[in-house]
Design a protein around this ligand. Sequence first.
Ligand code: NAD
Ligand code: MG
Length: 395
Amino acid sequence: MTKQRLTILGATGSIGASTLDVVGRHPDRFEVVALTGHRRLDVLEAQCRRHRPRYAVVGDAADARHLATSLSGVGTEVLAGPQALEHVASLPEVDAVMAAIVGAAGLPPTLAAVRSGKRILLANKEALVMAGAVFMAEVARCGATLLPIDSEHNAVFQSLPFGFDGNLRSSGVRKILLTASGGPFRTTPIDRLAEVSPDQACAHPNWVMGRKISVDSATMMNKGLEVIEARWLFNAAPEQIEVVIHPQSIIHSLVQYVDGSVVAELGNPDMRTPIAHALAYPERIDSGVASLDLFEVLQLNFERPDLHRFPCLALAYRALAAGGSAPAVLNAANEVAVSAFLDGTLPFLRIADVISASLDGVPSRPVADLEAVLAADADGRAAARQVVERFTKSR
Ligand code: NAD
Ligand code: MG
């Protein structure tokens, strides 16, 4: 069997670690060519010793010197900076790129992989939310293959007809139902949300994830970003995407067909399942995840999302309707607000206010290329920083 050669962007994160866990179970199938990490050099060092990639990429030259010293004799060349990320994402010897950097920083290297016609395993939803139309046009133009890692989108992908051609109507699809756990504050009295701490927000009931996506799950902006992600991945109109709260996270999403059939993917909540699915697609491989025991699950519950409790979800629908640069502004403002919340400078309930004010402050304009996307990102960040400053002064 010829091995699939991989670059893993964001190897030191939660998705990166789960990817390497699956890869490590199948040494006959996969070969790691490059690993990247921004901080946590010790983690990256251990990963390099275990998987012996040809390249490792870190944030800056000082870290690169450090890592190169500790990796002497391993045979890994250490590179640094955003250019190096793009370089390892587009190497001719690489077949597939796991895009698992968090946030807007992941867009340039993911797009570089797209432009080199790679198979992209997309975890970095922010890249698609920001660049939507530009990203999908490049996928088509460059013959790249896009496989969703986000558990909901991977479930939808598995529930659509094999070889889905991007036309929901001719495939008989009425609606895509994205499930959401509701996060740690689904039932917390609303008047207590003003006081919640970063650690409380990051204590997700079903999934262990990086801190940014954990806060996004607590505000349900994560689901908002996923609605926009679904719009692009499946060429869906906003009214064809519905969010369903399902606290057990066993059903990972569903597709409703015109004949009344509803097809879903179920499993234990463990990201190694969608990762293994996309890594081996269209084959199936062991992921290390235990089979679902329905007798242990017992109950599957559903609720309508409460937009008063979760205003971020409504903001995402608003940005999607506005189109153009609005989703990039939404994403940028969310990144700024979440980071201020994690730093302890912004109260939890102000996250939505920062995003809403930033969308008001940066009117939507058309985006035709990456430069326009990055300009919208910069404007969204600048607007959000001003609002954060106002809120922290008035505290
Ligand atoms: P994480 O915080 O655990 O890891 C993020 C990775 O990105 C790390 O390797 C970090 O070093 C790297 N990184 C951070 N900033 C960087 C920068 N400026 N430049 C280069 N690299 C940088 O995050 P995660 O939970 O693994 O999530 C990664 C992506 O996958 C996110 O977009 C998230 O929305 C998505 N995702 C995660 C999960 C999950 O279960 N964790 C599920 C679905 C989707
Ligand atoms: Mg998800």
